[in-house]
Ligand binder design. Structure first.
Ligand code: MRU
Length: 359
């Protein structure tokens, strides 16, 4: 497993052991801003207000939130309250509760005096595992792309939605990891980047990441993907996920479902790249909590003005009612497969239970 390049880290602990640094993704792509999070409340705010976002990254950041809690009060009640607070920051990505659960599972059996040191180690281990899992996803996805490139004998066009690159994880990314590895191997890959309204994670983050890495890419209005698929200009769709159910249904950024429908209709393979920390075999699709965000994100757009400052402008009549569900569910029947750190897996219950069965 190769390490992610140092500049591709989204969070790193302060060596003093009393804070964690993250990139403020709200400032990208216009400015690179680092935040130093000093306590549980600041970690909660960073997740809730999307300074950090992307399922694996909010999990890893929350793990550091538990570690920071241990700096002030590492008692059982304080740790349980910290978990409840962090889990409430965003409802859809299961990685958040998975990470806090794992932290409490490690810490609660220990004497209180040992918890602070153990918490930093556990958070660091969780972050390192995320990088390793994503790197392995990259290798397995690379094999899919290499096979496809051999068969097609020309440039591959990959479509992705939202941002599932290194910014959404601790390092490498999920959906973009195979693309980074393919590009590094000299495979001719081009990425169609969905803008991903309303928050534009594709336009702001994925396009920025790919440009930094020198990967050829083109930004698309969200509605353009189906048209390109009909014209044979999309070879494969790869997205990330915030939660995958036991039945293999994939919950991801709003608009993913429409891309999967169009891919299915046009015979385009549709893959979700997911670490095992994103599987939630306890809920059915209709039980997955879907985050509802502010209608302002729909009625306004935010961008860099000619004065070099970031502004929001209204694009709808004043007072227009708007609805803003942040995620949707793609049924397993539309999913060609899941790319996990363990390899390619069909999106069905039998395969997912076998994958997660204790060995
Ligand atoms: O609202 P966001 O930006 O946190 O949503 C992120 C996504 O939907 C990603 O596709 C998902 O978390 C997978 S990230 C590897």
């Amino acid at each position: 497993v190769s390490a992610a390049p140092a500049h591709q880290r989204t969070l790193w602990p302060d060596p003093a052991g009393d804070a964690v640094f993250v990139l403020d993704q709200r400032a990208l792509p216009h400015r690179r801003v680092e935040l130093r999070l000093r306590g549980l409340h600041q970690v909660f705010e960073a997740i809730a207000h999307m300074a950090v976002r992307g399922a694996p990254l909010i999990g890893a950041t929350a793990a550091y939130g538990v570690a920071l809690q241990c700096c002030s009060d590492a008692g059982n009640a304080a740790l349980r309250q910290a978990k409840a607070t962090l889990d409430a920051a965003r409802p859809t990505a299961v990685n958040l509760a998975w990470a806090t659960q794992r932290m409490l599972g490690r810490l609660l059996p220990l004497p209180e005096g040992q918890r602070r040191a153990a918490a930093w180690q556990a958070a660091q281990a969780l972050a390192a595992e995320d990088v390793a899992a994503n790197s392995a996803i990259g290798e397995h996805g690379l094999a899919v792309l290499q096979d496809m490139a051999r068969r097609k004998g020309r440039r591959l066009n990959v479509l992705t939605h939202c941002n599932a690159g290194w910014l959404a994880t601790v390092g490498w990314g999920t959906a973009l990891a195979p693309i980074y590895k393919a590009h590094a191997q000299g495979l001719d890959v081009h990425v169609w980047v969905d803008e991903t309204r309303p928050r534009n994670q594709g336009a702001a983050l994925t396009a920025w990441e790919l440009a930094q890495a020198g990967v050829p890419h083109t930004l698309l209005a969200d509605n353009a993907g189906g048209h390109l698929m009909q014209r044979g200009e999309v070879d494969i769709v790869i997205v990330g996920a915030d939660r995958v159910t036991a039945q293999g249904d994939v919950c991801n950024k709003i608009g993913t479902y429409l891309k999967a429908l169009a891919a299915h209709d046009n015979g385009v393979p549709f893959f979700a790249a997911v670490p095992l920390s994103t599987l939630d075999l306890s809920l059915r699709a209709e039980q997955v909590p879907i985050e509802l965000r502010s209608p302002d994100e729909v009625t306004q757009v935010t961008g860099l003005g000619p004065d070099g400052q970031v502004h929001s402008v209204r694009i709808a009549p004043e007072g227009t009612p708007a609805l803003n569900p942040a995620f949707d569910l793609t049924p397993a029947r539309l999913v060609s497969g899941l790319i996990t750190e363990c390899g390619l897996t069909p999106a069905n219950e039998q395969a997912l239970r076998a994958l997660t069965a204790p060995r």
